[in-house]
Ligand binder design. Structure first.
Ligand SMILES: [Zn+2]
Length: 181
């Protein structure tokens, strides 16, 4: 078991596009284990490799009791959208209604290099989009409209983990159901 430190907003690794995995080797399998361990410890619904400081296109999820991982994902999104709360383990305490595609078909590979296709809707679809964004250096606050984004940035600035004293402000009044991603 190897729980890694989760990188927080402001760390440049979160804004750096990750590289495709080329070698499906023992190190990749160790990375996947570390992602699982760190995600379950947090706990979170998903975790992408850049969030533990590794610039590779790998993420894990833990949604509706199902654990999964995907390497080098390629997404196909439904035109139909969903609304719902979203948060991020790298931006603790900040939650906002974030528009996402309702359904996703994700093609990629497992840790052994075998091709896999994951179909998800609702929370799993949201999670897969959120984690794939991490691989492109995109954060969920980038998906908000201008006003909501401004509120989120304000909450980040006043968050204790950002190095300043102040209360952690919830942007959305809705329950988060522990959906850190
Ligand atoms: Zn996240």
């Amino acid at each position: 078991m190897a729980i890694q430190d989760i990188r927080l907003f402001g760390d440049p690794v979160l804004r750096t596009p990750a590289a495709p995995v080329v070698d499906f080797d023992k190190e990749l399998r160790t990375l996947v284990r570390d992602l699982f361990d760190t995600m379950r410890d947090a706990p979170g619904a998903g975790l992408a490799a850049p969030q533990i400081g590794v610039g590779l296109r790998v993420f894990t999820w833990w949604v509706d009791g199902e654990l999964g991982h995907l390497v080098n994902p390629q997404l196909r999104l439904s035109a139909e959208q969903q609304e719902g709360d979203e948060g991020c383990l790298s931006i603790p305490g900040v939650v906002a209604d974030t528009p996402r595609a309702l359904r996703v078909v994700a093609r990629g590979f497992d840790e052994h290099g075998e091709p896999v296709t994951i179909e998800g809707s609702e929370l799993l679809a949201r999670c897969i989009q959120h984690e794939t964004d991490h691989l492109d250096g995109i954060l969920f606050i980038d998906r908000l409209d201008k006003e909501a984004r401004r509120e989120a940035l304000k909450a980040i600035r006043s968050a204790e983990w950002a190095g300043l004293p102040g209360p952690i402000v919830q942007v959305s009044p809705h329950a988060t159901h522990g959906k850190g991603l």
